[in-house]
Design a protein around this ligand. Structure first.
Ligand code: NAD
Length: 220
């Protein structure tokens, strides 16, 4: 999959590309700005996608000139090893764009695509975020140490990673934003972001990407 990628630091190089997947930080105004600028460079039949974890696809589509050519393509990290891609059409996405994205994910990228609705967290995070938040709440309450929470779920439930390690891998800010987005629309108490997770984000303890989250990665 990595062999199919070409890198550039120049937005203008995106001109004429048949598909562009935006993956800038999870800030709605930044995404609006980047998607709007990229759309201007693309041909009318190109497909524009967002890798957002939590912003509704319809929210992003609403500011575009061609919302019918836009959809969500949600990858999972580590992307080269995770087989799934969620394909998320908005109400405005043309059916042929959804079909083309599904085909691209399955046949060109070698992924397994699932088509899911445009609701916060889509499918995987809608199920995963409440579970992860429950692990953070146990840690916050002093119920068990971060190490023991992770060890318990790895050895007791057969998960490759415990919930706090998973938070550290994904990024605490990404998990916080996903929890806030699910709660804002569903008011599901299981998605409420525990205070300790917000405080860690405030301190820049975002997990592996900053060297520290629930665990310390500075020596790894
Ligand atoms: N971390 C995950 O597990 C994960 C999984 C699936 C989807 N996502 C989504 O992917 C997106 C990015 O998340 P991330 O964890 O990779 O964030 P990140 O902060 O690690 O990476 C963001 C990248 O965007 C670049 N960037 C910032 N501003 C830019 C701009 N104006 N123009 C072009 N590039 C810019 C940064 O240099 C950086 O390389 C978010 O929407 C997130 O929700 C993240």
């Amino acid at each position: 999959m990595l062999a199919l990628l070409t890198t550039t630091a120049t937005t203008a190089d995106l001109a004429g590309q048949p598909l562009v997947v935006e993956a800038v930080p999870e800030l709605v105004d930044l995404k609006h700005a980047v998607l709007g600028a990229v759309e201007e460079l693309l041909d009318a039949d190109a497909v524009l996608a967002s890798n957002t974890s939590s912003i509704p696809i319809s929210t992003l589509a609403g500011r575009l000139r061609r919302p019918e050519r836009f959809l969500g393509l949600h990858f999972f990290i580590p992307v080269p090893r995770m087989d799934l891609v969620e394909v998320i059409p908005s109400l405005a996405t043309a059916p042929e764009v959804t079909a083309a994205a599904r085909d691209l994910a399955g046949n060109r990228l070698g992924k397994i695509a699932v088509v899911v609705g445009d609701s916060p967290g889509f499918l995987v995070n809608r199920l995963l975020v409440p579970y992860v938040m429950a692990g953070v709440r146990m840690y916050e309450a002093g119920y068990a140490s971060a190490e023991d929470i992770d060890t318990a779920m790895k050895l007791g439930a057969g998960h490759p990673m415990g919930p706090l390690e998973l938070c550290d891998l994904i990024g605490l800010d990404i998990i916080r934003d996903a929890g806030d987005a699910i709660w804002a629309e569903t008011r599901d108490p299981a998605a409420v972001v525990p205070g300790v997770l917000r405080r860690m984000c405030d301190l820049g303890r975002l997990g592996r990407k900053t060297g520290r989250g629930f665990h310390d990665y500075t020596d790894r």
